[in-house]
Write a protein that binds this ligand. Structure first.
Ligand SMILES: [Zn+2]
Length: 339
């Protein structure tokens, strides 16, 4: 199964711009953090996993592209690719090595000490080897294919090759978290005390037409987790993307289920900024600053990690304590790093 993060934006840049960009391997960061950061949402991908590189992504998008009903999906997507709605898009890794090296360099520069990272097991483990201990290995289960099996996952956890089940992308398959096919995996995670990260929220704009026809936005509601949480009270679940934009549902679920956490991957760098802050502040104002965890949802655009960190560090209203909680403390507690 392809991973959940299925943003695909192909090259649009003129050759001149591309040539200039290719000569700059590692941007100089305007802001660095000496304090540690945990990224709950990183993907170790092959450079061409979302399409032939280079690919570009807005950070953030300013407006979302409109699809005329007369357009077929490919025409729509080509228009998205050719007319990006932002002035300075992120550039993807040129090849597998470049993607891994640039991403790991940014983790080091920004002092990301732990990054919960999923991907093809072989690719993810290569990243882990090169990461100086920063990568916490994760692997998703897929309720549609039944792979990996419960027994296979049990062995991977026993041998410590996998320490979290993520990113569960059943929303792209139109499979609700309450689907019976999910149940054996939840039971296993509860038994082994392994954290489970489930995609709940946005895919790329127009996902049902351009990425996954079974994807349904309505499955983003965190309230759909209720029966799972009650049935498995020792299960550690975090909702990746925080169920954006259904803040009411997120607040309700966080209130009723005090063991539930969320991360803010993708919405913290690719989504219109004022709206992201409004969403984040709604959860904080409702009293949940201790269960919101930083996540980048970096896929093939290494600079996304830094852009996402900057969004939190540059938040005009959060206190330094609130920023530390989001960037590190909440995830350290959730992951039981003190143990
Ligand atoms: Zn996701």
């Amino acid at each position: 199964m392809q991973q959940c993060s299925r943003w695909r934006f192909s090259s649009f840049a003129p050759c001149l711009i591309l040539t200039i960009m290719l000569t700059v391997s590692f941007p100089v960061w305007s802001q660095t953090s000496a304090e540690p950061i945990i990224d709950m949402h990183l993907h170790a991908k092959r450079a061409d996993e979302l399409g032939p590189p280079p690919l570009y992504l807005c950070a953030p998008f300013l407006t979302w592209p409109v699809k005329d009903t007369h357009e077929d999906a490919q025409t729509y997507f080509a228009r998205v690719q050719n007319k990006p709605a932002c002035p300075s898009p992120l550039r993807s890794g040129s090849n597998d090595e470049d993607l891994m090296r640039r991403t790991l360099a940014i983790l080091k520069t920004r002092n990301v000490t732990v990054a919960v990272t999923d991907g093809n097991l072989e690719v993810m483990e290569k990243w882990k080897q090169a990461s100086e201990g920063r990568i916490l290995p994760a692997l998703p289960f897929d309720p549609e294919s039944g792979k990996p099996s419960v027994d296979e996952l049990r062995e991977l956890v026993k041998s410590k090759r996998v320490m979290a089940f993520a990113e569960i992308s059943s929303q792209y398959e139109g499979i609700a978290v309450t689907d019976p096919r999910m149940e054996p995996y939840f039971a296993l995670a509860e038994e082994l005390d392994i954290p489970v990260g489930i995609h709940m929220g946005p895919g790329p704009p127009g996902t049902p037409y351009v990425v996954a026809s079974s994807y349904r936005m309505r499955l983003s509601s965190l309230l759909t987790l209720e029966d799972i949480l009650v049935r498995h009270p020792k299960l550690r679940i975090w909702a990746m993307h925080a169920g954006w934009p259904l803040a009411d549902d997120a607040i309700a679920a966080l209130y009723a289920h005090p063991q539930l956490y969320v991360d803010i991957g993708i919405i913290d760098y690719a989504f219109p900024r004022k709206q992201f802050y409004d969403f984040l502040h709604r959860l904080i104002d409702a009293g949940f600053e201790n269960r919101i965890m930083f996540g980048s949802d970096e896929m093939v655009w290494p600079d996304a990690v830094s852009a996402a960190i900057d969004t939190i560090q540059n938040d005009p209203t959060l206190s330094s304590g609130q920023k530390r909680d989001i960037l590190y403390n909440n995830a350290a507690r959730f992951l039981r790093l003190n143990k």
